[in-house]
Design a protein around this ligand. Sequence first.
Ligand code: PGA
Length: 258
Amino acid sequence: MNKLVVGNWKMNPQTIKEAEELVQHIEKKLTEGEISTDVVICPPFVFLAKFAHLKNIKLGAQNLSWAQEGPLTGEISATELKQLGVQYVILGHSERRMNLGETDSVVNAKLIEAMKRNLTPILCLGGEPGAIEKEMKIVVAKQFVRCTKGLTKDDLKKIVFAYEPIWAISTMKKSKPASSEHARDQIEHIYQILARHMPEHEARGIRVIYGGTVNQDNVNKYAKHPVIQGALVGAASLDPDNFWEIISEFDRESIHKS
Ligand code: PGA
């Protein structure tokens, strides 16, 4: 299974020109280097159409509506996203939980809609506002149950899970990246939860990645744990050299360990 590195651009950059420069820079690096790691970028909705036909980069959205269509001012449907070549969608991000009041049941409805329309959800677990480090196993287990309610074992196999403890997101006050041991243990915990729904070897075929202040200076400590299948990267994904180092490090480690 290839490693996966996802860039979550959030509400950045402010102009199409900057967005294009960023993508060109990453595309160039990916063309020059021989990389087996899968790379996804999730730009703001307004830039997606510009990047519908990239060669080496897959496209993700940062959100979608739980509804198929209809009177939902400001929302975007899965079908609309798919037309733009979008294959992935980030769901359950802590910033949406914290700033927009998104609940587990809303995330669940969006997840079901994404599955119906064949979009691959990147389901963030660990983003509960106020949660602290020692509670994370409980937070993750609870969010997993509520967010995946009604999904079948085959549905679960199509999800990318991202362990993203809220206190590790770089833009949070007093944020600190998770220790690599903490990230490893939590990801192992997610695999154990998955193994309650399917045979262990099938669960191991699902990608579980880590997110929270991953950058070129600390990526090595996460990438060296084979159980960490990749990273969801915010701030560092806006700097193409930094993002490239993260991709290369996961790639080097997967070649090394294979
Ligand atoms: P960060 O963001 O890498 O800036 O911490 C990660 C995320 O919010 O997905």
